[in-house]
Design a protein around this ligand. Sequence first.
Ligand code: 6PG
Length: 473
Amino acid sequence: MSNKSDFGLIGLAVMGQNLVLNVESRGFQVSVYNRTEATTEAFVAANPGKKLVGAKTLEEFVQSLARPRKIQIMVKAGAPVDQVIEQLIPLLDKDDIVIDGGNSLYTDTERRDAYLQAKGLRFIGAGVSGGEEGARKGPSIMPGGPLSTWEVMKPIFESIAAKVDGEPCVIHIGPGGAGHYVKMVHNGIEYGDMQLICEAYSLFKAAGFSTDEMAAVFNQWNDGELQSYLIQITAKALEQKDPETGQPIVDLILDKAGQKGTGQWTLVNAAENAVVISTINAAVEARVLSSQKKARVAASKVLQGPKIELSLDKKALVAKVHDALYASKVVSYTQGFDLIQTMGGKKEWKLDLGRIAAIWRGGCIIRARFLNRITDAYRTDPSLGNLMLDPFFKDLLNRTQQNWREVVALAVSNGIPVPAFSASLAYYDSYRTERLPANLLQAQRDFFGAHTYERVDKPAGEFFHTNWPEVIG
Ligand code: 6PG
């Protein structure tokens, strides 16, 4: 063991512990500190022979680190991060680096960045994705902050990140809150992916598939175009039996979804930037409605729906749902990247969308084969406006749109809710519609509020008003 550690981590919850073991396994000596001393002791004792230094106090922890110190905070997002930062400040020296690796709101990150900079310290807000296993074996990391600070952190970040085709799943995302912002949208996309998979499951269930049959479908999909971590774990979750009853565990899990807030933040930010993220929106709202279990049970007794009749044969249904899922997923990523691009432009973050897609290919929760296609799309045309117009995605949508709408129609006529499939399809159809009914909407606005309108037969930018009849007698 050397005199001083290369890296320090505060907060030994599951993610923190796994990250420490990851960093240590790459040859670095790591100091750890946790508010509850017993947790630090137990962690160090459980990992004998490793280059770990367990500190009893924050002072001892800081003193055990080589300068400039590199300290990652892995505590609950919000006030706890500020508290740890406040405790650290008097103990640190100029140019020491503090990294917040939690799911912090990007505006908090911007505030902390400015605050620590003013004190001569350096700050990195880093999104870390991959859950427990990813943290241990290689997460996808989305660090934001000054480029010069990234250069110092690069060797550690690159060695602990997941690798795809030899490339580490980490890049410098951009200044200030850019890293946490991109992680937030990653989570919004994650919500969308999860909901779309759940809608496919819901259709299969209504069609009478057993959980083992469904697991086989997801396993098969995981060998094809839909290959992704979330499809893979869905198959595994469906296969899992409850040791107590022998039943599929998913049948015993209560249908009330939780959420910690990143999906909602994404919606709020999209609304503020006038970007449509209807798939993610549907996914967040589906979790909200699912959580109202008592109300749904009561409503199920009084509100009627159609009799479920899914007459398609199972193989045909699987093929159609596959296409509906793939096409909806493309729409969801189109919207997510639109949001990232819009916000990146507004903040002048100079984001590289192709490289962001590339670091999501491994380590993170939304890792998937098709992300290569997004990277290719932005590499070929960095100014690509809407991902659906990239030649690969355009062909894919044209090829799948018929099955996609048949799935949505089938679900609607059977009363099976598919909010994310249908929101995605509505986006696709709206976006490809040359003349939307917004002409009538403009007439309505002008009617009641003299808001004026442009005309199809006059130059753009010229506004007109009609003297509409009075209707209040
Ligand atoms: C990840 C995950 C991780 C976590 C989120 C989402 O990228 O590793 O997104 O950050 O799962 O907190 O959690 P909720 O579903 O509870 O909002």
